[in-house]
Design a protein around this ligand. Structure first.
Ligand code: CP
Length: 654
C-alpha cells in the first residue's frame, strides 16, 4: 500500500484548515473563475468510479470534475455488470482497479465498505457514501454552500430534519457543524433519531451535548413535534435531570424561543435502508411546506437538501431565494474539482500529515472476535475484506469498556475479557482498567461476546473474591413492592405511565414493579425495554407474541427508568438521551434496586430499593432468577482483585 496516499473516508479525515483550503481552491474552480490552469491541472490522471448504489449528483459531478481538470474517467455503468456480480470481494476489486486508476471514488450499500477498499487500494479512495455511515464529500458541498450564503459558520443554528438515523449525509454533516461551532437542532421523524453512537462521539470528542427544546417555533413550518438541540454552549446539562419539571419545561421553552434558525437541512426518508416490519417505512415524516414561506421569523432561513427529494420538500420553495438546494448540488463540481486537485496534484497533495487515524485499534488475538453491533457493517457482510477492529473507549456508561467499530463507528459494550497467556477470562470491571490496558499493550487482551465464546476457545473463569449476600429473595420482593407503591402514588396519570427497564435486568425489574402495581391497583401498566448498546439500540415494547408491534410512543407520558444498580450514573444519562430522542415525555424518574454511590454524573434516583455504599474495588451484582435461570434472587457484593492475584489466592469462586 502506498504510504503517501491520502483517502477521504470520513469528514474527520480532513482537518479544519484543510477544509478551508479546499474551499479556497473551490473558489478558483467556480465557472466564472475557471481558466487554463484548472483545465490541465490533472492531465494524465485517471479516476475510477465504483458505484454499487444509484447516484446522480455525486457520480456525475465527480466525473464532470475530473474531466474539467483534464483527467479522464473509467467506470462500470452498473456494478451488477462488474465481477462483483460473480462474487468478487471488494478487497480484490480495490487491488485490481487501483492498478488501472489514480483515484477510486466508491459508493457502497455497506457501512465501512469504502474504508475496507482503502485498506487494499494502492491509490487514494474517496467515500461517495457508504451505507448509513458517512458521505463526506456531500458535507463539503453543504458547508461550502452554507458559508457562501451566511458567511462565518460559527454561531449559526441549523435545523436538521427527517431521517437522521439512516441519513449518511446527516452523520458527516453534524460532525462538521460541531467542529465549526454551529448549533444543531435535530428534528427527527418518529423512530429515526440521530443514532446514539453519533451523539456520544459528539459528546466525547467535541463536548457537544444534546438538549431538548420545544418545537413550537418550528411547527408553523414543519409538521413535526419534538426537537433536540446540540450545542457547545450553556445550558447543556439539562439532559441530566431525571425529573422534567415545570421549571425545566419553562427553561426549555424560553431557550427555543430565543433560537434564530439560519438553515433548515431537509432529508428524504431512506426507505432502502429500513428493516421491513418495524413500522419505519410507514411512520409519519416531517415535511417543509409552503407555510414556511409565509412565516416572518424564517425570512432569512435558507433551505438545504442533499437531494434527491421525494415529498418532504414542497416545490413551492424552489423559486424562492431561500431554497438553495439546486445551488448546493451545483457546487458539487467546484468542490469535487478542488478535492481531486487537493488529493492528486503535486502542488495540492495533503501538505503535512493526514489526521492520525488507526490509533491503537483493537483486533482480537484469537480466531473468534467480537462482532460489530451493526448488521450492515462490512465486517459482518464481507469479513474476507474487513476483519473486525475497534477503538477501545474506557469508562463508557456505567464505567463500561466500549468498543467502537473502526469501519462504521457503531458501539458495543464489552462483557468478558480474557488473558491469552493464562487462558483465563472474567467479567470486565472498571477497577481493573490498568490490568487490562497492560494486556492490551502486550497484545494479550482477548474480548468475548459471551461466556460460551470464551469457553469455546478453551478459556476458564478467573476466580473472583468471596461474595457476601446483601439482599435476599424476601428483601428484594419487599423493595420492589415499596418502589411500586411509591411510583404509583407519585404518578399523576398512572394509565399513561411507562416503566422503561434497562436491558436486561432493569427490564425484568420493571416487569415485576408493573405486576405489583397491577395487582394492588387493578390497572394495566405499560412496560418497555431500553437498549443502550447493540444492534437494537433504542426503546422497544415488551410485547406478547402476536401483539401489535407498533413503535411505543412516550411523548407527553410519565416515564420511570428502571435499572438494577446505579454506579457512575452514565447509563441513566445515556438512557435519558435515548428517551428524549424518542419524543419529549411529561416526566422522567429513575428507580434502581441498589444505589451504590461513586457517581461520575449528577443523577439522583427517585426510588431506591437499598443504598449500599461500597468502595471502588467492590462490585455489586444483582442476580435475578429470570436471568440467572438456575438461581433464586439475591444481591451480592464482592471485592475486585486483579485476575493475576486471584489465581494465587484461595478465594471462593462464584
Ligand atoms: N446527494 C447525493 O448523494 O445525491 P446522489 O445520490 O444523486 O449522488
Amino acid at each position: 500500500m502506498a504510504s503517501s496516499k491520502r483517502d477521504l473516508i470520513s469528514i474527520e479525515d480532513l482537518s479544519d484548515g484543510e477544509i478551508e483550503e479546499i474551499f479556497d481552491l473551490a473558489d478558483t474552480m467556480l465557472p466564472e473563475n475557471r481558466g487554463p490552469a484548472q483545465a490541465g491541472a490533472l492531465g494524465g490522471k485517471i479516476m475510477a468510479t465504483l458505484f454499487y448504489e444509484p447516484s446522480t449528483r455525486t457520480r456525475l459531478s465527480f466525473e464532470s470534475s475530473m474531466q474539467r481538470l483534464g483527467g479522464s474517467v473509467i467506470s462500470c455503468p452498473d456494478m451488477k455488470s462488474s465481477s462483483a456480480a460473480k462474487g468478487e470481494t471488494i478487497a480484490d476489486t480495490a487491488r485490481v482497479v487501483s492498478s488501472y486508476a489514480d483515484v477510486l471514488v466508491v459508493r457502497h450499500y455497506w457501512d465501512g465498505a469504502a474504508q475496507a477498499m482503502a485498506e487494499y487500494a494502492d491509490v487514494s479512495v474517496i467515500n461517495a457514501g457508504d451505507g448509513s455511515h458517512e458521505h463526506p464529500t456531500q458535507t463539503l458541498c453543504d458547508l461550502y454552500t452554507l458559508k457562501k450564503e451566511k458567511g462565518d459558520l460559527k454561531g449559526l443554528t441549523v435545523v436538521i430534519c427527517g431521517d437522521l438515523k439512516h441519513g449518511r449525509t446527516i452523520h458527516s454533516l453534524v460532525y462538521a457543524l460541531a467542529r465549526f461551532g454551529v448549533n444543531v437542532v435535530t428534528l427527527a421523524a418518529g423512530g429515526m433519531a440521530l443514532p446514539q453512537y453519533v451523539i456520544e462521539k459528539l459528546e466525547r470528542e467535541r463536548h457537544y451535548n444534546l438538549t431538548p427544546v420545544s418545537s413550537d417555533d418550528l411547527q408553523a413550518a414543519m409538521a413535526e413535534t419534538d426537537a433536540l438541540y446540540l450545542t457547545p454552549k450553556q445550558p447543556h446539562q439539562l439532559a441530566l435531570f431525571t425529573q422534567v419539571d415545570q421549571d425545566l419545561q419553562g427553561r426549555i421553552k424560553s431557550m427555543a424561543a430565543g433560537l434564530k434558525f439560519d438553515a433548515f437541512y431537509v432529508t428524504r426518508k431512506q426507505k432502502e435502508r429500513m428493516k421491513q416490519g418495524n413500522g419505519e417505512e410507514t411512520a409519519g415524516y416531517p415535511s417543509l411546506g409552503e407555510g414556511f414561506l409565509k412565516e416572518q421569523r424564517f425570512k432569512d432561513t435558507v433551505v438545504m437538501h442533499p437531494l434527491p427529494r421525494v415529498d418532504e420538500l414542497s416545490p413551492a420553495i424552489d423559486k424562492d431565494r431561500r431554497g438553495i438546494y439546486f445551488k448546493q448540488a451545483a457546487y458539487g463540481v467546484p468542490i469535487r474539482m478542488a478535492l481531486l486537485k487537493f488529493l492528486l496534484s503535486p502542488s495540492g497533495v495533503a501538505k503535512g500529515r493526514a489526521p492520525e487515524k488507526k490509533r491503537s485499534l483493537y483486533e482480537s488475538p484469537e480466531s473468534i472476535s467480537p462482532q460489530c453491533a451493526n448488521a450492515n457493517c462490512v465486517t459482518r457482510t464481507e469479513s474476507l475484506s474487513a476483519r473486525p477492529s475497534f477503538e477501545l473507549l474506557f469508562s463508557g456508561p456505567g464505567g463500561a469498556l466500549i468498543l467502537r467499530c473502526s469501519y462504521c463507528n457503531h458501539q458495543l459494550r464489552v462483557e468478558y475479557v480474557g488473558h491469552t497467556g493464562s487462558r483465563r477470562y472474567c467479567l470486565y470491571d472498571l477497577s481493573l482498567e490498568e490490568t487490562f490496558t497492560g494486556w492490551l499493550k502486550r497484545g494479550e487482551l482477548a474480548i468475548f461476546d459471551s461466556i460460551k465464546q470464551a469457553e469455546e476457545l478453551g478459556y476458564e473463569p478467573y476466580k473472583s473474591g468471596a461474595q457476601r449476600s446483601i439482599l435476599g429473595e424476601e428483601e428484594i420482593r419487599s423493595a420492589i413492592q415499596r418502589m411500586a407503591e411509591q411510583i404509583f402514588n407519585e404518578s399523576e396519570n398512572s394509565e399513561r405511565l411507562v416503566l422503561l427497564g434497562v436491558k436486561t435486568k432493569g427490564a425484568v425489574l420493571a416487569r415485576r414493579i408493573a405486576a405489583e402495581i397491577e395487582v394492588s391497583h387493578r390497572g394495566k401498566i405499560e412496560v418497555a425495554e431500553i437498549e443502550i448498546f447493540g444492534s437494537e439500540e433504542g426503546i422497544h415494547r415488551i410485547s406478547e407474541p402476536g401483539a401489535d408491534a407498533e413503535p411505543l410512543s412516550i411523548k407527553g407520558r410519565p416515564v420511570v427508568i428502571v435499572d438494577d444498580v446505579i454506579y457512575t450514573g452514565r447509563t441513566a444519562k445515556s438512557a435519558l438521551s435515548i428517551i428524549f430522542k424518542a419524543g419529549r415525555p411529561r416526566s422522567v424518574r429513575l428507580a434502581v434496586l441498589v444505589d451504590r454511590g461513586h457517581r461520575e454524573v449528577p443523577v439522583k434516583p427517585n426510588y431506591v430499593g437499598k443504598h449500599i455504599p461500597s468502595s471502588e474495588k467492590e462490585r455489586v451484582r444483582v442476580k435475578l432468577r429470570e436471568v440467572e435461570q438456575d438461581e433464586g434472587d439475591k444481591v451480592v457484593i464482592y471485592s475486585i482483585i486483579s485476575p493475576e492475584k486471584s489465581d494465587q489466592q484461595s478465594a471462593v469462586s462464584s
